[in-house]
Ligand binder design. Structure first.
Ligand SMILES: C[S@@+](CC[C@H](N)C(=O)[O-])C[C@H]1O[C@@H](n2cnc3c(N)ncnc32)[C@H](O)[C@@H]1O
Length: 259
């Protein structure tokens, strides 16, 4: 079946996917905390929504054990390729679905105990549809545990404005306010247990490390080598040393009611 591919999936390269897997410290740290919150149990069926290069799949498999099932879904074939190799290397029996979060019809309804999603949903343009798709997949009583980014605050916007293709990237990102999340969650038939906003520092030792992270995390929306000299100069003046960006994050635990 043909899926509506996000721009990032069309643009990604194998090199970027591999570099993401190496430099995803921020997402890795957040994902490990999210795993604690999600607390996958032996025997559960878990969907890693936007699994990317699959760095949480092995741990998810360990948690659910041989009686459980792990599905990794991501629309980006370059990322799922890296994820498949990683799972094979670790002997982790993951079922992969190459599809966006809004079009998971390959997965039957009411099969999933836990939808786990780490730093993905800000890339999903149709968030109401994404929510109703997870509600369809969850068993009654199942949970949807996610963390994603909130609307960038001024300092982050300022950095992004200094990079080419900023406006293009804006079209690929999607943010909702707290009240919109609550309205859409209810409309999808899910119940909020936790919906919590925090601001965290995303730090890099220098500008190049920051640009490499932006490039790999946005599937190549920024190509640091394409910066013109004046663009590069402006960035260097703004970020002469360690780069620290305050990032707004939304963490949520949603439940599908039993009846
Ligand atoms: C920053 S990565 C996070 C990957 C992984 N969850 C992690 O913890 O490293 C964002 C991922 O979201 C995926 N993505 C982008 N748009 C998506 C969509 N519409 N549905 C599902 N995943 C999407 C990308 O392909 C990418 O792998």
């Amino acid at each position: 079946m043909l899926h509506t591919l996000p721009e990032g999936a069309k643009r990604d390269t194998e090199a970027l996917a591999r570099s993401y897997s190496r430099i995803r410290k921020f997402q890795n740290d957040r994902g490990e905390l999210l795993l604690q919150w999600a607390a996958p149990q032996p025997g559960e069926t878990v969907l890693d929504l936007g699994c990317g290069t699959g760095d949480h799949l092995v741990e998810l498999c360990n948690r659910v054990g041989t009686s459980g099932r792990v599905i990794g879904a991501d629309p980006d074939g370059m990322r799922t390729q890296v994820a498949k190799h990683l799972a094979e290397e670790h002997g982790a029996a993951v079922v992969f679905v190459e599809a966006p979060a809004t079009e998971l019809d390959e997965i039957e309804a009411a099969q999933v105990d836990l939808v786990f999603s780490n730093h993905v949903l800000h890339w999903v343009l149709d968030l109401p549809r994404m929510l109703s798709e997870q509600a369809r997949l969850l068993k009654p009583g199942g949970r949807f545990v996610f963390e994603c980014m909130g609307k960038p605050i001024e300092e982050v916007d300022a950095m992004m404005r200094l990079m080419p293709r900023f406006e293009d990237l804006r079209q690929e990102l999607s943010f909702m306010e707290d009240y919109q999340w609550r309205t859409e969650i209810e409309a999808a038939g899910l119940v909020v247990e936790v919906l919590e906003w925090t601001t965290l520092d995303l730090s890099f030792p220098d500008l190049d490390a920051g640009l490499a992270w932006f490039s790999a995390s946005s599937q190549g929306a920024f190509v640091p080598e394409q910066l013109t000299k004046p663009e590069r100069k402006r960035l260097e003046m703004r970020f002469p040393d360690v780069v620290t960006l305050p990032i707004v994050c939304l963490r949520a635990v949603l439940r599908k009611p039993i009846a």
